[in-house]
Design a protein around this ligand. Structure first.
Ligand code: PEP
Ligand code: MG
Length: 579
C-alpha cells in the first residue's frame, strides 16, 4: 500500500523517483569513563588536538564549497568555526574534564547536549535551527577524538533519496548530486542553512515533514514531488510511470525556462513587467541575480536579527552595502525589521502576547524600540550611497504612523548630515500595504509615500481574519477571495491616481497561476522567490494586458471563491497546459 505525505516545506524544487535511504546521522559511540587526576593534562591535550583537527576539517570543507559553489555559501561554515572558537564553550568543556574528571568525549557531549537543550526551548525558528550546527560540531569533535572514519552520506554508492531526522549543513554541502537524488527531513525550515544549501546545489528537497523518517524504510520506492510538496512511498506502478513522464517534462521545462533568463519580461502587447527577488539572507543574492531578477523587491531585514545578539550599526551597514553594491544599478528595497507574530526572536520574548499577529509587530516594534530603529535607519541610509536602495516600512496601519516613521528617518538623515556621513539624499521611502486599513486609505497614504509594496501574505490574513499559519482554517486563506481581488484593484487604482510606484511582494506574486490576475489588476512590478521567476516570465511573455484585464473583469463579476478559482485554474490549464 502506498503512503502519501503532504506535510513539509519545499526547500528546493524538482521531481525525483528512487529508493529511500534512511539516515540517522553518523553513528558515533561516546565512551564514558572517569579519569585520574594525573590524566587531566593528557585529556586536555586530546581535546585541544581534536579542536585543531576539526577546525582544519571545516576549513577544508569551506575551501571545497568556495571553489565548487561560492564564497557566500562557504561562509556558512564560518559560524561553525566561531562556535568551535567560542571561549565560553571551550571553558565549559575544560571545566567538565577537570572538575568532573570526565573523559573528553563525555565532556563535549554533555556540554553540547546542554546547549542544544537550551536552544530547543526557544520559540524561535532560526535559533532552533542552529541546534543542527552544534550537533554537527559535536559529532566531528568526537569522531576526531576517536580517530574513527565517519560513516557519512559520502559513502553511499547507489542512487538514493535520503530521509533523515535532520541534516547538517556540511552533510548537505558534501552531497554527491550523482548519487543523492533528493532529500527529505523531519525537521528544518526554509531558512535553515541546509535548505539554502539544497537550493544552491539544486538538489530537490522537502524539509519539516515532522515524521517522514518514521513512515519509510531503506529500500522503499519513493516519489519526491518538490513541486507540489508531496512524497509518495511505495507508489503503484502506474503512479511511477506517470511521475517518470512528469519528471522528464519538468526537467525539459526547466531547461527551456532557463533560456528566458536574459530575455525581457514583456507582454505580447509590449507592456514591460519587472521581476524582482525576495531575499531573506544576503547569501541568496547570487541565485536571484542568476535567475535574471531586476533587483530586490523585498529584503526581509529581520533575518539579520535572528541571533540572540543584535547586530550593531556597522555589521548591518556592511550587510546592506554588500547586497546594494552587488545589484547596483538595479534597485534593492530594504524593509525595516518585521519581528513579532510568527517571527518572535529571543530579544522580543517579553512581547509574548495573547494575540501576537495583532500585537506589537513590525513597525510597531520599531516604534517601541526607537534606539534600535534609529540604528537600523542609520545603517540603511549609509548603505544607500552605494547603489540604488529603497527604504520600506512594514505593517503600516495608519497615515500618522507612516508620517511618524518618515519623520524619524528625516531626523536620522539630519544626524548623518551633521556627522558628514553621506547617504542618498533622494532615497525613495515607501510602505508595505498589508493591513486592510492601509489598503482602504491607500489614496491618502499615496500623498506621503514614494511607493507601495503589497504584502498579500498578511493582507489576506488580516482581511479574511484567518491566521496565515493555521492549518485548521487554511481553507479560508485564499488570495482569490473576491474581497482580496477588489482590494488589490483598489490599491492599484490609488497608486495610479497618486502616481506612486506599486509592486507586490507576497507569495501571490510568485504563483504562476495568479500572474494573469495580477497583470489584469494593474500590477507591473512583481517580487518573488527565484524558484518561480522563469515560469512567471514565460507567462508574462505569452499574454497581453488586454486579455488579462478581460479575465479580471470576468472574475470580479463572480461571487464564490470556488468559482473564481475554477476560472483561474481552467484558464491556466488551457493556456499553459498545466494543472
Ligand atoms: C507579506 O505579508 O506578504 C510579506 C511579503 O511579508 P512577510 O511574509 O514577511 O510578512
Ligand atoms: Mg507581511
Amino acid at each position: 500500500m502506498s503512503t502519501t505525505i503532504e506535510k513539509g516545506i519545499i526547500a528546493s524544487p524538482g521531481i525525483r523517483i528512487g529508493k529511500a535511504y534512511v539516515y540517522h546521522g553518523d553513528t558515533i559511540i561516546i565512551p564514558k569513563y572517569t579519569i585520574r587526576e594525573d590524566e587531566i593534562t593528557y585529556e586536555l591535550s586530546r581535546f585541544e588536538d581534536a579542536i585543531e583537527k576539526t577546525k582544519n576539517e571545516l576549513k577544508d570543507i569551506q575551501e571545497q564549497i568556495a571553489s565548487s559553489l561560492s564564497r557566500d555559501m562557504a561562509d556558512i561554515f564560518t559560524s561553525h568555526i566561531m562556535v568551535l572558537e567560542d571561549p565560553l564553550i571551550e571553558d565549559k568543556i575544560r571545566k567538565t574534564i577537570i572538575e568532573k574528571r570526565r573523559n573528553a568525549e563525555w565532556a563535549i557531549n554533555d556540554v553540547s547536549l546542554e546547549l542544544m537543550n537550551s536552544l530547543s526551548g526557544i520559540k524561535d525558528d532560526y535559533l532552533r535551527e542552529r541546534i543542527i550546527d552544534i550537533s554537527d560540531i559535536n559529532k566531528r569533535l568526537i569522531s576526531n577524538l576517536q580517530k574513527t572514519e565517519s560513516t557519512s552520506l559520502q559513502h553511499i554508492t547507489d542512487e538514493v533519496i535520503v530521509f533523515a531526522p535532520d541534516l547538517t549543513p556540511s552533510e548537505t554541502a558534501l552531497m554527491d548530486k550523482e548519487r543523492i537524488l533528493a532529500f527529505v527531513t523531519d525537521r528544518g525550515g526554509r531558512t535553515s542553512h541546509t535548505a539554502i544549501m539544497a537550493r544552491a546545489l539544486e538538489i530537490p528537497a522537502i524539509v519539516g515533514t515532522m515524521n517522514a523518517t518514521s513512515l519509510v524504510k531503506t529500500g522503499d520506492m519513493v516519489i519526491l514531488d518538490a513541486v507540489h510538496g508531496r512524497i509518495i512511498i511505495n507508489p503503484a506502478s502506474e503512479t511511477i510511470d506517470e511521475y517518470k513522464q512528469y519528471e522528464a517534462e519538468f526537467e525539459e521545462l526547466e531547461i527551456e525556462l532557463a533560456k528566458l533568463t536574459n530575455l525581457p519580461a514583456k507582454t505580447i502587447d509590449s507592456e514591460e513587467i519587472f521581476i524582482y527577488g525576495n531575499i531573506e539572507i544576503p547569501d541568496e543574492m547570487k541565485i536571484i541575480k542568476d535567475h535574471g531578477a531586476q533587483g530586490i523587491g523585498l529584503f526581509r531585514s529581520e533575518f539579520l536579527f535572528m541571533d540572540q545578539s543584535l547586530p550593531d550599526e556597522e555589521k548591518q551597514f556592511q550587510e546592506y552595502r554588500r547586497v546594494v553594491e552587488f545589484f547596483n544599478p538595479l534597485p534593492v528595497t530594504i524593509r525595516t525589521i518585521d519581528v513579532g507574530a510568527d517571527k518572535v526572536y529571543a530579544y522580543t520574548n517579553h512581547y509574548r502576547e495573547r494575540n501576537p499577529f495583532l500585537g506589537c509587530r513590525a513597525i510597531r516594534f520599531s516604534m517601541e524600540n526607537i534606539d534600535l530603529f534609529r540604528i537600523q535607519l542609520r545603517a540603511i541610509l549609509r548603505a544607500s550611497s552605494y547603489g540604488n536602495l529603497k527604504l520600506m516600512f512594514p505593517m503600516i496601519t495608519t497615515v500618522e504612523e507612516f508620517k511618524k516613521a518618515r519623520g524619524i528617518t528625516e531626523d536620522v538623515m539630519n544626524e548623518l548630515r551633521r556627522d558628514r556621513i553621506s547617504f542618498d539624499e533622494k532615497i525613495k521611502i515607501g510602505l508595505m500595504i498589508e493591513v486592510p486599513s492601509a489598503a482602504v486609505n491607500a489614496d491618502i497614504l499615496g500623498k506621503y509615500a514614494d511607493f507601495f509594496s503589497v504584502g498579500t501574505n498578511d493582507l489576506v490574513q488580516y482581511l479574511l481574519a484567518v491566521e496565515r499559519t493555521s492549518e485548521k482554517i487554511a481553507y479560508l486563506y485564499n488570495p482569490l477571495n473576491l474581497s482580496v481581488l477588489r482590494f488589490l484593484k483598489q490599491i492599484a487604482e490609488a497608486a495610479k491616481f497618486n502616481n506612486v510606484d506599486l509592486s507586490i511582494c507576497g507569495e501571490m506574486a510568485g504563483e504562476p497561476q495568479y500572474t494573469m490576475v495580477l497583470l489584469g489588476l494593474g500590477f507591473r512590478h512583481l517580487s518573488m522567490s527565484p524558484v518561480y521567476m522563469h515560469q512567471v516570465k514565460k507567462i508574462v511573455r505569452s499574454v497581453s494586458i488586454r486579455e488579462c484585464e478581460g479575465m479580471v473583469a470576468s472574475l470580479l463579476a463572480l461571487e464564490d471563491t470556488d468559482e473564481i478559482e475554477g476560472v483561474v485554474r481552467k484558464n491556466f490549464k488551457e493556456k499553459f497546459d498545466q494543472a
